[in-house]
Design a binder for this molecule. Structure first.
Ligand SMILES: [Zn+2]
Length: 428
């Protein structure tokens, strides 16, 4: 860690600062807290002050300590909070190229799964891999994320689907996290799909998730959240509730994949205080009412809807979630990559922002807020992440562009020239 770091002459600083607690909703999503010709001082890995360059150079503490401070000239650049990628599946070993070709030839997600492809085909590789081999794969994903401006990532297990292989996946995520300068929020996704050896015995498998995987995960402190894939071909609402209950018993937070393939009922899940409900491509009026009604609850316990447009894109779907309707209803939304080998092989948050703008009609400002501060809320780390404010972790993405709107505009490229993670500058 640098003792002190001063970013100066920033053309546009997006502080994402606001007076509201809780995730951004509606019009608040457009408030980027933009400061031109800005400066940020970081000390001991935290943000110490944020303001104009002309005030920073006059500051008496900065003047006195200038020799000890490392200065970074950010002329002509945009600085924003490091992206918070709140939904990723990095614990896999190989791309799924057979699925890719089959889908191009017209097979659906479920047909591929029935033919032995899909999630189950990633299990063989993960079960065979050693912890060290799996760690290498996870770390490679994290490094790619960092190079594109992501400094906080959620990371799910879920391609092991046995007690041993799920624990190995979480260990690998932990090992990779310790070698990565960013911050990782690990999630147990033992309930990703019912493994073949438990075919037609969903209850028995759910029992293993609840009575073996969750207690072991909690005891060893391997994850902060438990996730369930609640959809046709995966887990029922009743199973999801059982897993959520077990998670709660063991002091772990919950989140779920819902409504990706078919509509799943979400109102019964809200009582478990999920940090996030993800995908939600199939959303109905009742869901909107239930989610919008949460604003009356405490701001720190809001369920964020995490939208994953890169998976719609990669699956070749013509339809995307109606983000405008969610925003207009006052539902807090986040954007994430869904980085995984089957449906979203990308680590690029800028590409996801681009899709959000072109396919979901979000403005660049809304997309950036959804990918930073609201992503932090979706992981319940907004006290430390997601905005550039004194006291928060010094995590920034520095883009070699003059206007923040260029971040989603330069589609599928990478204009991120450096990041700061925990107060340390890492050049791209
Ligand atoms: Zn996912």
């Amino acid at each position: 860690m640098e003792p002190a770091l001063l970013l100066l002459n920033i053309r546009q600083l997006l502080s994402l600062r606001s007076n509201t607690t809780g995730p951004r909703r509606g019009r608040e999503l457009s408030e980027l807290g933009l400061i031109e010709d800005a400066a940020v001082l970081c000390v001991g890995g935290r943000i110490a002050s944020v303001g104009k360059t002309k005030d920073a150079v006059r500051d008496s503490w900065i003047k006195k300590n200038r020799r000890k401070i490392r200065e970074i000239d950010c002329s002509g650049k945009v600085v924003l909070p490091g992206f918070v990628d709140s939904h990723t599946h990095p614990a896999f070993t190989a791309p799924r190229l057979v699925d890719f070709e089959q889908r191009i030839s017209g097979a659906t997600y479920e047909q591929i799964a029935e033919a032995g492809g899909g999630i189950r085909s990633s299990i063989v590789g993960v079960r065979r891999a050693t912890r060290a081999q799996l760690t290498e794969h996870v770390l490679a994903g994290f490094k790619e994320m960092l190079a594109q401006g992501t400094t906080t990532a959620e990371a799910k297990s879920g391609y092991g689907l046995s007690v041993e292989a799920e624990m190995k996946s979480l260990d690998a995520i932990g090992d990779a996290a310790r070698q990565w300068p960013g911050t990782v929020v690990p999630t147990l996704l033992g309930a990703h799909v019912v493994p073949r050896e438990y075919a037609d015995r969903e209850d028995e498998y759910v029992h293993i998730v609840c009575r073996e995987m969750i207690p072991r995960t909690a005891k060893r402190g391997l994850a902060r959240f438990v996730d369930v894939f609640c959809d046709r071909g995966a887990f029922s609402l009743a199973s999801t509730e059982q897993v959520f209950l077990a998670a709660r018993e063991h002091g772990l937070g919950v989140r779920a994949h819902v409504g990706q393939l078919t509509h799943s009922e979400i109102a019964p899940l809200l009582k478990y205080d999920p940090a996030s409900l993800d995908h939600m491509d199939h959303v109905d009026d009742e869901d909107i009412t239930a989610l919008a009604g949460q604003s009356a609850i405490s701001p720190s316990h809001q369920t964020v809807v995490t939208m994953l447009p890169a998976s719609n894109h990669f699956l070749g779907l013509k339809c995307f979630l109606d983000a405008r309707r969610l925003i207009d209803s006052g539902i807090p939304i986040a954007l994430a990559t869904d980085y995984n080998p089957g449906t979203s092989p990308t680590t690029s948050m800028p590409f996801v922002l681009s899709l959000a703008c072109t396919q979901m009609k979000m403005t660049p400002a809304e997309a950036i807020a959804a990918a930073t501060i609201n992503g932090a809320h979706a992981l319940r780390v907004a006290d430390r992440k997601g905005s550039i404010e004194p006291g928060k972790d010094a995590d920034f993405a520095i883009f070699d562009v003059e206007d923040y709107r260029e971040i989603p505009y330069w589609m599928a490229g990478n204009r991120c020239s450096a990041v700061v993670a925990g107060g340390t500058l890492l050049e791209g």
